[in-house]
Design a binder for this molecule. Structure first.
Ligand code: MEV
Length: 311
């Protein structure tokens, strides 16, 4: 057996985080500037050894706690490939900051599934890879919609509705987005759990807010497919108003959004679960550098400029 590596990108949610958990549509795109990488190598030890380099942890599969996502994805993938989990090591590295809305957990799982399939010389369809990674998403946060594992396994812009066939999206005109990290790690589980409790407490209000978010995602899909960049910016701002209303924004997020707006962004919002993590700002070639600089000056820990190719 030869060592094999595989990678998986990060992701951002353009529209519809949180409401997507409640079966409204959402739009997500991959982010190739960050990635997770898995290396599978043969080892003399009969056990499977897992090395999580970012966490400086090394352990045997059999000693992993029951809720360990790396152990779960290795076990599930071996079962799917019909191979015994023996005599190999799994080494994980990732440049995706955890708990920041960029899909780090899903990317780690997808990279492991891909690397194991390569190591055992097997092909898995993207939907199958997404389905395996979905199982670990449940460990990360209980009631995931499935959008993170799907966009990362498909590596294309997607229009996603929970439980419905996956639709990839055609973007008519190239878009540039600045992604800025508040530096506040905010586990998805906590924000998703808080929104659920609030929804249970006042279903009518939350259902109507989720309906509005869903309508924005639908309008955004049309705008993306028609290349209406100005409309997209307005829809991002409108989505942020609703995210604020469900309680997932934060002072750090609002500081970055205000800085992006002052520097000329067409629209901006938090992306992912919120409470911290990353914000995204829609820019053009004229404002791109200015917005990136403004975000840094306003305290962003890291700024990434990403482009969605059109056509
Ligand atoms: C997390 O990236 C997006 C959320 O909508 C959760 C989910 O869809 O599972 C907050």
């Amino acid at each position: 057996m030869k060592p094999q590596t595989a990678t998986a990108p990060g992701k951002i949610i353009l529209f519809g985080e949180h409401s997507v958990v409640y079966a409204r549509p959402a739009i997500a795109v991959p982010v190739f500037q960050v990635h997770a990488e898995a290396l599978i190598a043969p080892c003399d030890d009969a056990r499977v050894l897992i090395r999580a380099c970012n966490l400086a942890r090394e352990y045997a599969l059999d000693d992993a706690p029951p809720n360990d996502p790396l152990a779960l994805i290795v076990r599930l993938t071996c079962a799917r490939l019909n191979v015994a989990p023996r005599h190999f090591s799994v080494t994980m590295r990732s440049t995706i900051p955890p708990a920041s809305g960029l899909g780090s957990g899903a990317a780690v799982s997808v990279a492991i599934v891909r690397a194991l399939a390569r190591y055992f010389a097997r092909d898995l369809a993207r939907a199958e890879i997404a389905a395996l990674a979905f199982e670990t998403e449940k460990l990360h946060h209980g009631t995931p919609s499935g959008i993170d594992n799907t966009v990362i396994a498909f590596e294309q812009p997607i229009y996603f509705v929970r439980g419905q066939p996956i639709e990839t999206l055609r973007v008519a005109r190239a878009l540039t987005l600045v992604i800025a990290d508040t530096g506040v790690a905010a586990p998805t589980r906590i924000a998703v759990g808080d929104v659920r409790r609030a929804w249970e407490h006042d279903r009518a209000r939350y259902e109507s807010l989720f309906d509005e978010m869903g309508a924005i995602a639908r309008a955004a899909r049309d705008a993306l497919e028609r290349g209406e960049v100005e409309t997209l910016g307005e829809l991002m701002d409108a989505n942020q108003v609703l995210l604020r209303a469900i309680g997932v924004s934060s002072p750090e997020i609002e500081t970055l959004l205000a800085a992006a707006a002052r520097a000329g962004a067409r629209g901006a919002k938090l992306s992912g679960a919120g409470r911290g993590g990353n914000v995204i700002a829609l820019v053009d070639t004229v404002t791109q550098d200015e917005v990136a600089r403004a975000l840094q000056a306003a305290g962003a820990r890291r700024v990434i400029v990403t482009r969605l190719e059109g056509g």
